[in-house]
Write a protein that binds this ligand. Structure first.
Ligand code: NAD
Length: 481
């Protein structure tokens, strides 16, 4: 894989340690969403390529699991170092293919390398236990072993972070992996695979393939080689993959969509809360699974909150993500832009107030304006469907019970946030909000040592934290007499 001769690398498959160019394979164009320009031609794996990747993962697992955790950790840490050394290229490539502002790609690189470093350490802590004897001379053990080859399918919105979570967990636990990253953002995952290869990951342990996901993902998942699926993506696709996983009783980790509520109580510092709320909403153009979405603001602050929010949004600068002065880039593709546009129009038609934004931006690239909607009726589609775009929804509330019911009213349960100065309320919020991750007076809910995952239709299982490693381990009980 060429990494240094030009910024955006040649797009290839990576199977059994070999970099495979397009050749006669089918392919698709990868576009820069800020300009619409073609960045590269992405080869699609053939059935033979997929069989080769699966066979390599089966062999690679046998090799990798025998390498001691300390050595595996050294390799993961070295890969993190290589990615940092190539930080300029890695972050520019991520921004070019995902549309994420370059400053956010730098944060994502930091997060990704921290995740690899976390699993490098945590892999050494796959502890079992020794049970108390039942008869003299007997021994009973609980041991943890790597589960086996992992299938990982990732979305485009964190082109470095999602592959880092999945590869870090699998490799830290001693598993091999066949990963199919999003076709929109392939180069970021390939740069990570390259770093892992150069750091010393043996051939066959990491395999990267692309193609038509409706064919490639089921084919990989149905293979008897695969012992675990780690999926990040939308709820409908997650449900389909769960059905396929059931055929072989394959273990799953499902990181799916959300529709995060933000509860703003009357005792907050309005200005600093607004600063945080606006920055968090438009991160990556709202294309974030834990993006704050439904703002419920106490009626005593409501009008001021909407005005302050809108003023801040009107000062934002939208444009090419490589221009450091821009706060927000484009949507990932025209489909996302059009879907957001349709949801905003539906809300306005049903009576919501459009405070700013609203009209999709024409011209090169797939830009959607940062938008603020207030006084939304419950029947607006966007109040129930994940917007996955730069739209803030702001409604008033009167009392705690009412807002808690509203916050928990959707079938999702990924992230939820609340802002208040009351210690009593903080306790109740922690107890009553139905979400896998809760931020109180903060939107920072993800560090490598904390479990990241949702409940209800947002999925099950966690990545990162001790839970992330555990998800790639099996528990074996051994009784000796
Ligand atoms: P998506 O479900 O369309 O795609 C995710 C992955 O699945 C990609 O690799 C894609 O190629 C593949 N895929 C797509 N259609 C498929 C099909 N029919 N069969 C099998 N595989 C298929 O999701 P997306 O639009 O790329 O990403 C956005 C979604 O991901 C949002 O819902 C977002 O909330 C969610 N997400 C969740 C988390 C989390 O950790 N919970 C993180 C990021 C994104």
């Amino acid at each position: 894989m060429a990494t240094n001769d030009k910024l955006y690398p040649e797009l290839q498959l990576f199977i059994d340690g070999e970099w495979i160019s397009k050749g006669a394979r089918k392919s698709e164009q990868v576009l820069n969403p800020a300009t619409g320009e073609v960045l590269g031609e992405l080869p699609h794996a053939t059935k033979e390529d997929l069989d080769r990747a699966l066979a390599a993962a089966e062999r690679g697992f046998k090799v990798w699991r025998r390498i001691l955790p300390e050595k595996r950790g050294e390799i993961l840490r070295r890969a993190a170092e290589i990615l940092k050394e190539r930080g300029d290229q890695v972050t520019k490539v991520a921004s070019m293919e995902s549309g994420k502002p370059i400053a956010q790609s730098r944060i994502e690189l930091h997060m990704s390398t921290e995740v690899l470093e976390w699993y490098a350490e945590e892999g050494r802590r796959a502890y079992g236990r020794v049970l108390a004897q039942r008869q003299p001379g007997s021994r009973m053990f609980v041991v943890k072993e790597p589960i086996g080859p992992v299938a990982a399918f990732t979305p485009w919105n964190f082109p470095q972070g999602n592959p880092a979570r999945k590869l870090g967990a699998a490799l830290g636990a001693g598993c091999s992996c066949v990963i199919k990253p999003a076709e929109d953002t392939p180069a970021s995952a390939l740069l990570m695979a390259k770093a892992l290869q150069e750091a010393g990951v043996p051939d066959g342990v990491v395999n990267v393939v692309f193609g038509d996901p409706t064919e490639v993902c089921p084919y990989i998942l149905r293979s008897k080689v695969i012992r675990k699926l780690s999926f990040t993506g939308s709820i409908p696709v997650g449900k389909e993959l769960m059905k396929i996983a059931a055929e072989n009783m394959t273990r799953t980790t499902m990181e799916l969509g959300g529709h995060a509520p933000v509860l703003v109580f009357e005792d907050v510092n309005l200005e600093s809360t607004l600063d945080m709320c606006v920055t968090a909403k438009y991160r990556n153009g709202g294309q974030v699974c834990v993006s704050p979405t439904r703002y419920y603001v106490h009626e005593s602050l409501y009008e001021k909150f909407v005005v302050g929010f809108t003023e801040r949004v009107n000062k934002m600068k939208i444009g090419n993500p490589l221009d450091e002065s821009n706060n927000m880039g484009p949507m990932i593709h025209a489909r996302r832009r059009d879907a957001v546009d349709a949801m905003v129009k539906d809300a306005v038609a049903k009576g919501a107030t459009l405070n700013t934004g609203g009209e999709a931006i024409t011209g090169p690239g797939f830009f959607s304006p940062p938008t603020v909607l207030s006084n939304l009726p419950d029947n607006a589609r966007i109040m129930k469907e994940e917007p996955f775009g730069p739209v803030a929804l702001i409604n008033p509330f009167k009392d705690f019970e009412e807002v808690m019911t509203k916050a928990n009213s959707l079938p999702f349960g990924l992230a939820a946030f609340a802002f208040t100065d009351s210690a009593k309320r903080v306790k109740l919020i922690g107890e009553q909000l139905e979400a896998g991750m809760i931020g109180i007076n903060s939107f920072a809910i993800s560090v490598p040592e904390s479990p990241f995952g949702g409940i209800k239709e947002s999925g099950h299982g966690s990545e990162e934290g001790i839970e992330g490693l555990e998800a790639c381990l099996i528990t074996k009980f051994i009784s000796e007499v």
